[in-house]
Design a protein around this ligand. Sequence first.
Ligand code: AMP
Ligand code: GLY
Length: 424
Amino acid sequence: MRVLLLGSGGREHALAWKMAQSSILEELFIAPGNAGTKMHGKNVDMSVNDFKAIKTFVIENTIDIVVVGPEDPLVNGIADFFKADDELSKASVIGPNKEAAQLEGSKDFAKQFMKRHNIPTAKYATFTKDTLSDGYKFLESMNPPYVLKADGLAAGKGVLILDNIKEAKLELRNMLADAKFGEASARVVIEQFLDGIELSCFVITDGDAYKILPEAKDYKRIGEGDAGLNTGGMGAVSPVPFANPTFLDKIKNQVIIPTHKGLKKDGIEYKGFIFFGIINVKNEPYVIEYNCRMGDPETEVVIPRLKSDILDLFEGVATNTLSERDVQFDERSAAAVMMVSGGYPEKYAKGKQIFGLNAVTDSIVFHAGTVSDGPAVTTSGGRVLAVTSYGKDLATALKKSYESVGKVEFDKSYFRSDIGFDVL
Ligand code: AMP
Ligand code: GLY
């Protein structure tokens, strides 16, 4: 199979690492990739949103499947673009079409979908510039903290959680009337605050059958004890100890199956990964969000726990035969610790050389913000490396990852030393 993978983060390195182990892989290209993906295929200097360039590349290199890592190209309609073009009819996109990707691309769409199909989620209402005063009234009818969500994609920054009503009203105005997040906040969802502990669940589907992947928990805040600013994710663990079989069953019956049936009922064809952001409130699952892709850094612990051939699953998605494919998981735990550039998620320096990568023997180092500079590897982003290890339990996996992190160095590197603290 000839594969083009789109993206350049730790998620994509983990997917490339896994695809490289497949017996049916012929050639793997990654666009644009990073210094890690290069170890498993050829990096191609091409933007994930440049559909015209992607088309030319796919034709010239007789690509069979295009695996889409990030949400942007999906929400922008890359699957529809391929479907509409006869010259691309031989290539399959692993990722949902534009309509299905609205589950991530529009919070209001996702909330309406959940309401329509009785999927547990926080109570909500949606407002626009023209209904700003109704929005104020709605806020007054709620208890703090107030949860405000820009409807569209806002690079992970579109959710505000505010303790005070004055601030909440001001931010609602900023979002709706002053376009704080541009077009993304032309509509704002205000929802009830849910108090609980979060986890991430994943399925892969061909539109008919689906397979549930191992669950994971990520650590979004920059500081220890989950303090400070939100980041793209500072680490992840899988499995999640509080997600016992009873709770996972509830997720399956109350969230996954109704989502699957709901998509069918609404006539929405969904091919690819579905990411369920779940919050456990007194042992009941509620959906916080859907994403139309895998999570990052969750992929760096979920994919290492997949024993089956991932290209066999992708082929199942492409040919609507996922039900015939076998999926097996590794019983071991996996833990990832993210090494980031000092200053991240605010201002940070790039271009710092990374030392010690070859000294790591007990972990897998997935690259995120890295580039090759001749034989050297240097930093090129906020999140730089995800250091993943297996263990008989999470504590063992985490211990190994921290030992490996200790061997890798770059100027002003930072990591959280308490990944897994709340679930061990
Ligand atoms: P989202 O982009 O919708 O996942 O929101 C980002 C983060 O905000 C989530 O991961 C949660 O930590 C938090 N969050 C979102 N919605 C709620 C809610 N209704 N109650 C409590 N926390 C929330
Ligand atoms: N780790 C959360 C996400 O990928 O959105």
